[in-house]
Design a protein around this ligand. Structure first.
Ligand code: HEC
Length: 367
């Protein structure tokens, strides 16, 4: 069967690809060959490299490098990641580029403030959730010459992995962070899912004052009147974090359920409960999974596709990654929602009421 496909590729090729359709046929055929060792088959290797050349700058370029385990393409991969730092294929490209050579290229590149893609480079790096990216992220974080926005991206990236969060905590405890970063680091570390870290962070970085007022009972909350326009602002402001996981009418990141028409699905009580007790009723298909990989790292997210060879998991932030079953040690469905509890602590009781009134007013998606 494989032989037939290989012959089919040879036939379709004949020379460089001329039409779009021809490229697609070749890519489809290539996908079927991805487990073959091309090093022991020079003519197949030539074909693969030919096709690779014609896919530069496209997602297929990254897939071919990954599937055939091609080496030496760090510079191209980094360039691709810089152009697509928030897309799954861009992040995959960065992950593949995290070799010794690639890391050297990255650190030379980001040293130069003049380079215009520094922020995108760090963003792609932060999205990899790969321990190999942590030293570079820490360097950026401690570099007072770098713009605040770039340093903030490093903070959020580090806080997504346990080893990164621990490194951040250590930097904070040993006074290696300048004051400017305290708020962002506090916010990031207080909401990590590792209890020892979040508890320590709550002491080291107490949450902002004025929002810790006691909440009225649920029955009272439901009766309170809310200001819808202000509720929209509360939902979308960064401290609430809602829009980092939910989209409303196209705004925000597509990770958890879209909330554009949520007012038709959930009444006020259910809306309050969704925020105050996210794990009480977890929406079907949005359960949290923890994958432990054979290389020792862990990934938390929603499983968005599963075959007998691969699992695709989408992490908070919306980045999807596909892992081979043989690289996964275990998959565990977690009892709790990925939506963190306690987000109401970032708003006053009245702001919570405003936000729920806003969500309740969303009866259908606007186009
Ligand atoms: C880290 C990601 C994350 C953040 C931050 C987050 N959510 Fe969620 N949310 C989810 C996921 C995942 C679900 C689906 C699982 C569940 O039902 O718990 C969900 C479910 C919901 C639901 C129920 C949706 C349904 O269709 O039943 C509502 C309402 C909601 N979130 C509102 C909010 C609001 C308001 C905020 C901000 C205060 C927020 N979320 C912050 C991830 C998040």
């Amino acid at each position: 069967m494989r032989l037939i496909i290989a012959i089919a590729i040879y036939l379709t090729i004949g020379g460089p690809c001329e039409t779009h359709a021809q490229t697609n046929i070749q890519l489809e055929a290539l996908k079927r060959l991805k487990d073959l060792d091309i090093e022991s088959n020079p003519s197949l290797k030539k074909v693969v490299l030919n096709i690779l050349e014609s896919t530069k700058g496209k997602p297929a370029f990254v897939e071919i490098i990954r599937d055939f385990n091609l080496k030496g393409y760090e510079a191209e991969l980094i360039r691709f990641a810089q152009a697509n730092p928030n897309k799954s294929e861009g992040v995959e490209a960065m992950r593949l580029a995290l070799t010794k050579k690639g890391l050297n290229l990255i650190s030379t590149y980001i040293k130069n403030i003049e380079n215009k893609n520094v922020e995108d480079t760090i963003l792609a790096l932060a999205n990899t959730l790969d321990p190999k990216a942590e030293p570079t992220l820490l360097t950026i974080l401690k570099d007072g010459e770098k713009p605040f926005s770039t340093r903030k991206i490093s903070v959020t990236g580090l806080a997504k992995t346990k080893s990164g969060a621990m490194a951040l905590m250590k930097a904070a405890e040993t006074n290696q962070l300048d004051n400017k970063l305290h708020f962002v680091v506090g916010n990031a570390l207080r909401s990590v899912r590792w209890k020892t870290i979040s508890e320590k962070a709550a002491k080291l970085f107490p949450p902002p004052q004025g929002l810790g007022q006691k909440l009225p009972t649920l029955a009272k909350l439901i009766q309170m009147k809310g200001n819808i326009a202000n509720g929209e602002k509360v939902f979308f402001r960064p401290t609430s974090a809602c829009a980092t996981c939910h989209q409303i009418n196209g705004q925000g990141i597509d990770f958890g359920p879209k909330l554009s028409g949520i007012g038709t699905k959930l009444g006020k009580e259910a809306l309050y409960l969704s925020v105050l007790e996210p794990s009480a009723g977890i929406s079907f298909g949005y359960e949290a999974w923890l994958l432990k990989l054979t290389n020792g790292s862990e990934v938390l997210g929603i499983i968005t596709s599963r075959t007998n060879k691969e699992i695709t998991i989408t992490a908070p932030g919306g980045i999807s990654t596909t892992y081979k079953i043989r690289d996964i040690k275990s998959t565990t469905k977690l009892p709790n929602s990925i939506m963190p509890p306690g987000l109401q602590a970032t708003m006053s009781p009245q702001e919570l009421v405003d936000m729920v009134s806003y969500l309740h007013s969303l009866k259908q998606a606007k186009n």
